[in-house]
Design a protein around this ligand. Structure first.
Ligand code: DSN
Length: 423
């Protein structure tokens, strides 16, 4: 077969972009070489609808072993009693949970997208807001912290069937125990979507939702540093105690309802090459090296937050407990969109982001979000954080000065040259 030069050349170009720039998108990371090798393996050729030992296709003996290892390692990593590693993405994991737990029109309560939540937690432009009746809580205007009083008040008033916690742009830890207490008062279930901080949670650096939340979903490619994908988990207390009534009135274990909601409910064939790569990434996440890495992710984020504050930037909630922070640019006379474009020209990749109570549209925004998962994988340490924030500040102060942006770009390239990505 003739090599597809067009695509391979573009991949080279993308590798160069990744290698020479400073990657601060909080949801991105650099998977290891072995994770990528496995994701590009012959396993992509295999259909394996069903679960290990219960497939709808022949020839799944090897696949079964691989998927079982992925499940076992995920259980060990999160101290879960049940895991489904098949969701193609975090959004697909949430789709399956909604299908399993809810009927169309049921009320749900999630964290407002414009305060840092996620599309799949009830946004009107997403299935979760179209097929279910969403209510929201957000952050307190003064503190930037989750307004748990509002969460409780809305929950008690509206009695949603499902309360969702977790976020895409919230830099503080969550009080899962409190949310569970609220849910218990109204007989609601709690879903924690830990897509962002999963790696920190897995190694005990943040509160653990599994003892309190009935179901936990995550992606595998953010702080967990695996291949792009999702998964669903249940903690030790729930698998054998929590049942759901079928339309016929029979009681089914929640894990079995969730398995069916993934396949055949919402997905076809599982991506076994990605599941194998998840297994590899979970193995890595259980290692001492990963432990050192994820501690450093958190230290780097704290240092980065301090450097921003020192230069007069407003971080929502004033700092960070995890790997990310949301910066409000309203005192800097530049929009999130303009900042993203200017930083991009200087080789620094961020994403524009709504800030709580934003008066600009999601296409313009008043802020941007940064995270340290990817740069920490590159080997950057606390001492680099002040330097990076200094470079960001140079750009924000001169967003239209192309010559200056070029100078910053050169400094960015020089910094990253010392930290090769895939040697
Ligand atoms: N797109 C992801 C993020 O950037 O946080 C969430 O799905």
């Amino acid at each position: 077969m003739k090599r597809d030069k067009l695509i391979f050349n573009l991949i080279e170009k993308e590798l160069d972009r990744q290698e020479t720039g400073i990657e601060l998108i909080a949801s991105e990371n650099f998977a290891s070489k072995q994770v990528m090798e496995v994701a590009g393996s012959v396993l992509t050729n295999k259909y394996a609808e069903g679960l290990p030992g219960k497939r709808y296709y022949g020839g799944c003996e090897v696949i079964d072993e691989i998927e079982t290892i992925a499940i076992d390692r995920a259980k060990q990593l999160f101290n879960a009693s049940w895991v489904n590693v098949q969701p193609h993405a975090g959004a697909q994991a949430n789709v399956a949970v909604f299908l399993a737990l809810l009927q169309p029109g049921d009320k749900i309560l999630g964290f407002d997208l414009s305060h840092g939540g996620h599309l799949t937690h009830g946004s009107p432009v997403n299935f979760s807001g179209k097929y279910f009746k969403p209510f929201f809580y957000g952050v307190d205007r003064q503190t930037g912290l989750v307004d748990y009083k509002k969460l409780e008040a809305v929950a008690l008033k509206e009695k949603p069937k499902l309360i969702i916690c977790g976020a895409s742009a919230y830099s503080r830890d969550w009080d899962y125990q409190f949310i569970r207490q609220v849910a218990d008062q109204i007989g609601a279930l709690v879903l924690a979507d830990i897509s962002h901080p999963a790696g920190l949670i897995s190694r005990g650096l943040l509160n653990d939702p599994l003892p309190y939340c009935h179901i936990v979903t995550t992606t595998t490619h953010k702080t967990l540093r695996g291949p792009r994908g999702g998964m669903i988990m249940i903690g030790q207390d729930f698998e054998n105690t929590l049942g759901l009534k079928t339309p016929k009135g029979d009681l089914r274990m929640i894990s079995s309802v969730l398995d069916s909601a993934v396949f055949p409910g919402t997905q076809g064939g599982p991506l076994e090459h990605i599941i194998a790569a998840k297994a590899v990434a979970f193995g890595e996440a259980l290692s001492e090296d990963y432990m050192k890495y994820i501690i450093r992710v958190k230290q780097n984020a704290a240092m980065m937050a301090k450097a921003f504050v020192d230069l007069g930037y407003q971080i929502i909630s004033g700092g960070t407990d995890n790997h990310l922070m949301l910066i409000d640019l309203r005192n800097k006379n530049i929009s999130g969109k303009a900042a993203e474009v200017a930083l991009g020209k200087a080789g620094i990749t961020v994403n524009k982001n709504m800030v709580p109570f934003d008066d600009k549209s999601p296409f313009v925004t008043s802020g941007f979000r940064v995270g340290t998962a990817a740069i920490t994988t590159r080997g950057l340490k606390e001492k680099h954080m002040e330097k990076i924030v200094g470079l960001i500040d140079e750009v924000i102060m001169h967003p239209e000065d192309e010559a200056h942006l070029k100078k910053v770009h050169k400094k960015v390239n020089e910094m990253m040259e010392k930290y090769p990505l895939y040697k």
